[in-house]
Design a protein around this ligand. Structure first.
Ligand code: HEM
Ligand SMILES: *[C@@H]1O[C@H](CO)[C@@H](O)[C@H](O)[C@H]1NC(C)=O
Ligand SMILES: *[C@@H]1O[C@H](CO)[C@@H](O)[C@H](O)[C@H]1NC(C)=O
Ligand SMILES: *[C@@H]1O[C@H](CO)[C@@H](O)[C@H](O)[C@H]1NC(C)=O
Length: 509
């Protein structure tokens, strides 16, 4: 009797301890509000199906309305805290390596290569990041890269045939530019063959969720080996040349010249180059495509950008290359570029993992959790941008950076992982638009296909929309540059029909 009373007492005591402990822990660990959805799959399916609609930010909109700008969800097998709050996003970016770190599934690391900048951490990352920044800083672009950007874009537009899928052309241009910048290769059969393999590697990033079952992923791994082999032959050759004193001013040259800890191995250099090829590819080419889309939907903006570039052209001889001062004078174009990046940045945000319990805005995010700092969600928030969902390049005029607080516009991320290509991408986009609008007249009539893709350009898994455009080229080409005309096919669906096979293959998931 006495023993059982004692036991009951003990059990009650334990229960009280447990409850007190739990509630205090709960108070300490107050998660941001939200819903974890179903067991295991969480809200992944909602996420995927939301992005098949035309609303640019459906998943986030819905949850911000219900829970506010910091909410908890469960996607891709893990609880994840979403931040659509500029202050929190800034906090995440600024504390890279201290409170947050990037983390990747193994399938991604295998595709990137273990010495990729995207996977590096700590001091090595710091050093390599600044090396990359200095390879594409504005003085380097001005003195070395611009002339080739101008030439290669011109060359590409010259070769446009009757029908052009803009997205495809933009990708080709972007790849060729990167090959030139990284290792001084002009487009040739070799680069074109490499690009074919490379496209397979890129598709591997889109097959992320179930790599083991995915033939796309296996093909990507094979293709990556081929790309790496091809690149390592180049590296070997260049190492020999550089030892005999022949130095080229490109990224590969900078890597070979670096003699920190006895220089880099061939494997390290190859991984590094692959990462750079990956990071700038989808991003820049999608921005090119979408800039054209928005311009054709906004005839006033198209007219104004055309005038700006005609003025630049008028001051130059026929076929004369653009110079840095020309780029700097493209004031309206840079507004168009910013507005495109704001509204349609394909990198919707970045994934990070917490390295410790994080207290933010009165909530606690537990150690080891995923966070997603949504840039696009902020860019499309009416609180920070008036009529945020309309394309309005004029909002950037009159130095209206002042109208939105700092750190609200972050298409290139920030902090220690700020995109090293941020200026390069702007220059490439501007030069592309220059040649496009001065050579062709574009009339809009196209159809957009929104598609959901799990994308991995830099960190984790991202969502993106892709858009296919068809052009019809009429008239002459560069022999009489300003008289050419491009007309977007009036019944784009027909063209798309022919391309459907291609689309299907790409629009996976
Ligand atoms: C419109 C075009 C582009 C956009 C929107 C973009 C956006 C971004 C963003 C948001 C990040 C940060 C990722 C993170 O914090 O985890 C990033 C990183 C990076 N970007 Fe870009 N990017 C663009 C073009 C380029 C180009 C042309 C290059 C080529 C030089 C490039 C190279 C990189 C690299 C190497 C990183 C990784 C930096 C690191 O982890 O330290 N990007 N980019
Ligand atoms: C750009 O990088 C180069 C080295 O690659 C350096 O000499 C130069 O000072 C840098 N320029 C700017 C504006 O940071
Ligand atoms: C575009 O955005 C950047 C911030 O990323 C800003 O520094 C720049 O002034 C903007 N350009 C224009 C033309 O407003
Ligand atoms: C910018 O300034 C010009 C003249 O200074 C004015 O006509 C224009 O409306 C202003 N634009 C914006 C967006 O404030």
């Amino acid at each position: 009797m006495a023993v059982s009373v004692y036991l009951v007492f003990f059990a009650v005591f334990l229960a009280i301890i447990f409850i007190v402990h739990r509630s205090s822990r709960c108070r300490r660990l107050r998660l941001p509000p939200g819903s974890l959805g179903l067991p295991f799959v969480g809200e992944t399916l909602q996420l995927i199906s939301a992005y098949k609609t035309e609303n640019p930010e459906p998943f986030i909109d819905d949850r911000v309305n219900r829970f506010g700008s910091l909410f908890t969800t469960h996607i891709f097998g893990e609880p994840t805290v979403f931040s659509v709050d500029p202050e929190t996003n800034r906090f995440i970016l600024q504390n890279e390596g201290k409170l947050f770190e990037c983390s990747y599934p193994g399938s991604i690391s295998n595709l990137l290569g273990k010495h990729s900048l995207l996977l590096m951490k700590g001091n090595l990352h710091k050093k390599m990041h600044s090396l990359t920044m200095s390879f594409a800083n504005s003085s380097i672009i001005r003195d070395h890269l611009l002339v080739d950007i101008d030439r290669l874009i011109r060359l590409n537009l010259d070769s446009w045939s009757d029908r052009v899928l803009l997205m495809e052309e933009a990708k080709k241009i972007t790849f060729e530019l990167t090959m030139k910048q990284l290792m001084s290769f002009d487009p040739c059969e070799w680069t074109e063959n490499l690009r074919k393999e490379y496209v397979l590697v890129i598709e591997g990033f889109f097959s992320v969720p179930l790599p083991i079952f995915s033939p796309t992923y296996r093909r990507a791994i094979k293709a990556r080996t081929k790309v790496a082999e091809a690149l390592s032959l180049v590296v070997k050759q260049r190492r020999i040349e550089s030892e005999s004193g022949e130095k080229k001013k490109d990224m590969l040259g900078a890597l070979l010249a670096s003699d920190d800890h006895g220089g880099f191995s061939d494997e390290e250099i190859v991984d590094f180059l692959v990462a750079l090829l990956v990071a700038g590819y989808e991003t820049t080419s999608t921005s090119m495509t979408l800039a054209v889309k928005f311009l054709t939907e906004t005839p006033l903006a198209l007219a104004q950008i055309k005038e700006e570039h005609e003025q630049i052209r008028a001051k130059k001889g026929e076929g004369e290359a653009l110079e840095w001062s020309d780029y700097k004078s493209m004031t309206f174009t840079l507004c168009v570029v910013n507005e495109t990046l704001r509204i349609a940045n394909i990198i919707g945000g970045i994934f990070r993992r917490t390295m410790t319990d994080i207290n933010v805005k009165g909530y606690t995010i537990p150690k080891g959790w995923k966070v997603f700092a949504s840039f696009r969600g902020v860019h499309l928030d009416h609180e920070y941008f008036k009529d945020a969902r309309t394309f309005n390049p004029w909002r950037w005029q009159n130095d209206s950076g002042a109208t939105c607080p700092a750190n609200v516009f972050t298409p290139f991320g920030g902090g220690q992982r700020l995109c090293p290509g941020y200026e390069l991408a702007r220059v490439e986009l501007s030069v592309f638009l220059h040649h496009l609008v001065t050579r062709f007249s574009i009339q809009a009539n196209w159809k957009l296909i929104f598609a959901c893709k799990l994308v991995f350009p830099t960190v984790g898994i991202r969502l993106k929309k892709i858009s296919w455009f068809s052009f019809q080229l009429r008239g002459h080409r560069s022999d009489i540059p300003s008289m050419c005309s491009v007309e977007i096919v009036s019944k784009p669906c027909k063209v798309l029909e022919q391309k459907r096979k291609y689309c299907r293959r790409t629009v996976i998931l």
